[in-house]
Design a protein around this ligand. Structure first.
Ligand code: NDP
Length: 304
């Protein structure tokens, strides 16, 4: 019987692991299919305190992992297939490998996953010009024209990153103003390679085997236009990854895990949640890390 199993290896999961290990809970962390979480796919993280010159997202997460391992955290590179939670009893976790782990407590830190436009043509051309990760795929588009969908910080970050490779970057946003923070919006709007198409929705990704353009429709007058491009980067934010716990933990209408009274406690005793899967509001690396710390402290008190 494990004392504590942590599901997820982003800032929330790994911080929970550091705190739990230092409290002698000997945690087992199940890392999922992207060890280190989404931050490993980001380029520069400039707002994590302690790094005045910024730090590469992958490096930040590998540092957290090394720190957790230093305190004896066991990290298993596996995904969780299903869970059977109980209110204050044994928590049963079944891994993709078929192995079953029983624990007295669990911290769910499964994060969030990228949102897509939901078009058939987008699905068909994924990895053939359609991507949700400029850091991963940007270099494939050297000297080409690319489009970024979205108007938040992710979209600005993707657009700015892509200027290192692409000939031109066109941001298509469904409204007339950006949701992005002022500093990111200004950087993007002042960049000579970045153009904006406002108040427009992408209605089709064009191309047979590879992207050749996108069709956009104006929300103002319904007019359609084709923007020729070789790449489409979809940067529409993220949805919580809570499918695993649906039906067992209380979720809000957007699918985020509901927490009790400003703690990391879920509706079930012994089951805690931390990070983006339970945070519709802040969704930052630093807030996820802080939530991981809180969950480890709550788990320690519960077990005590
Ligand atoms: P956001 O939810 O902030 O932005 C998502 C964007 O996508 C919005 O502009 C939204 O439009 C648009 N959108 C959503 N669904 C659709 C759709 N179906 N069709 C067209 N457009 C759509 O997500 P982000 O990932 O950008 O940011 C999340 C959080 O992470 C924020 O707090 C942000 O500040 C932070 N962040 C910080 C970074 C940094 O500081 N370096 C980098 C990345 C994120 P609309 O505006 O109309 O709703």
């Amino acid at each position: 019987m494990e004392k504590l199993v942590i599901i997820g290896s982003g800032p929330a999961g790994l911080t929970a692991a550091v705190y739990a290990a230092r409290a002698n809970l000997n945690p087992l962390l199940i890392a999922g299919n992207l060890p280190g979480g989404l931050l490993t796919q980001t380029s520069e993280v400039e707002n994590f305190p302690g790094f005045p010159d910024g730090i590469n997202g992958f490096e930040l997460m590998m540092n957290m992992q090394t720190q957790a391992e230093k305190f004896g955290v066991r990290i298993e590179i596996n995904t969780v297939e299903s869970v059977k939670f109980s209110d204050g009893g044994d928590q049963i976790i079944t891994l993709d490998s078929g192995e079953t782990v029983t624990a007295r407590s669990v911290i769910v830190a499964t994060g969030a996953s990228p949102r897509w436009l939901g078009l058939e043509s987008e699905e068909r051309l994924k990895n053939c010009g359609v991507s949700a990760c400029a850091t991963c795929d940007g270099a494939f588009f050297t000297d080409m024209d690319v489009v970024v969908a979205g108007g938040g910080d992710s979209a600005m970050e993707e657009a700015l990153f892509l200027t290192k490779f692409a000939k031109s970057v066109t941001v298509v946003h469904r409204r007339n103003e950006l949701r992005a923070s002022k500093i990111m919006a200004e950087r993007a709007m002042n960049h000579e390679k970045i153009n904006f198409v406002w108040n427009s929705q992408i209605v089709e990704v064009l191309g047979d085997k590879e992207v050749t353009g996108i069709k956009v429709r104006s929300n103002a007058d319904g007019q359609e236009q084709v923007i020729p491009c070789q790449g489409l980067f979809v940067a529409l934010g993220h949805s919580p990854q809570t499918e695993l716990v649906k039906g067992q933990l209380e979720l809000d209408e957007a699918g985020y895990i509901k927490l009790q009274c400003n703690t990391s406690m879920t509706n079930l005793k012994g089951v805690f949640a931390a990070g983006d899967c339970a945070d519709p509001r802040y969704r930052q690396a630093i807030t996820a890390a802080a939530a991981g710390c809180r969950a480890a402290i709550d788990a320690e008190r519960y077990l005590g």
